[in-house]
Ligand binder design. Structure first.
Ligand code: Z5A
Length: 211
């Protein structure tokens, strides 16, 4: 098949607070770039847009928003990026994404009185990742990785609930990564999986979340 028709892979990092997602995203992008891959880093929430700024204010506890409203804003923040993501992937660029729809569902579902099925609906039609790397940190190591930050959701009990919900969301595109090791050890575990995924999906159609 024509090399030019190869598409990029949609690689998503998920996990609880301080698991090392951002560290690993940067490391992966750096290595793939060095090898000559076309690759871009994205992060959700994208705080640079108007919607992203509202989300940021909410996370910093500067404004209060009803739980369904903030859920829809997080999803809208992904919808804002969908055309750009689709174009890049179809043009052969691999996207490495720091948090995505699974965080959207898990963080909202950890709040009281939220309907799990309702929470999934705003994600329907968004691009489905080819590979989800879920960074799992043992509680022992998590407690040694410094204090939680000051933003909303950065509390141990809430993070425990989020972790349980993440488990419910796992499907066959997920790989659970032991994030307890050094950044280099964790990267080595991730690297081979990503390389395989880039090769595997390059001639496949893009997929979307369905109902
Ligand atoms: N949220 C939501 O509610 N709905 C949604 O739809 C989306 C998100 C997309 C965004 O926070 C919040 O929004 C998030 C979910 C919610 N709330 N929480 N919690 P953010 O994007 O601003 O930040 P974050 O994603 O929460 O980042 P993080 O979890 O705090 O960090 P991380 O990316 O997993 O880890 P890190 O920054 O790479 O590393 C943390 C520290 O550990 C740092 O000092 C590193 O140097 C160190 N580190 C990293 N790896 C290692 C290893 N291997 N060994 C030792 N030390 C390490």
């Amino acid at each position: 098949m024509n090399q030019a028709l190869r598409r990029g892979a949609l690689i998503v990092f998920e996990g609880c607070d301080r698991a090392g997602k951002t560290t690993q995203c940067h490391k992966l992008v750096e290595v793939l770039k060095r090898e000559g891959h076309r690759v871009e880093l994205m992060k959700f929430p994208d705080r640079s847009t108007t919607i992203g700024q509202m989300i940021s204010q909410y996370l910093q506890k500067k404004v209060e928003l009803e739980d369904h409203v903030i859920h829809l804003l997080f999803a809208a923040n992904r919808w804002e990026a969908v055309k750009k993501m689709e174009n890049l992937l179809l043009n052969g660029t691999t996207l490495v994404v720091d948090r995505y729809s699974f965080s959207g569902i898990a963080f909202s579902a950890a709040k009281p009185h939220m309907d799990f099925e309702w929470l999934k609906q705003p994600e329907v039609g968004l691009l489905q990742p080819d590979l989800v790397l879920f960074l799992e940190l043992s509680s022992d190591v998590a407690s040694k990785r410094g204090e939680f930050g000051q933003e909303r959701y950065e509390q141990p009990q809430f993070q425990r609930s989020v972790r349980q919900i993440f488990r419910k969301l796992q499907d066959k595109s997920w790989q659970v990564i032991n994030a307890d090791g050094t950044p280099e050890e964790v990267h080595q575990d991730i690297y081979e999986k990503v390389k395989r995924s880039i090769e595997l999906v390059s001639f496949q159609q893009l997929k979307k979340f369905d109902k």
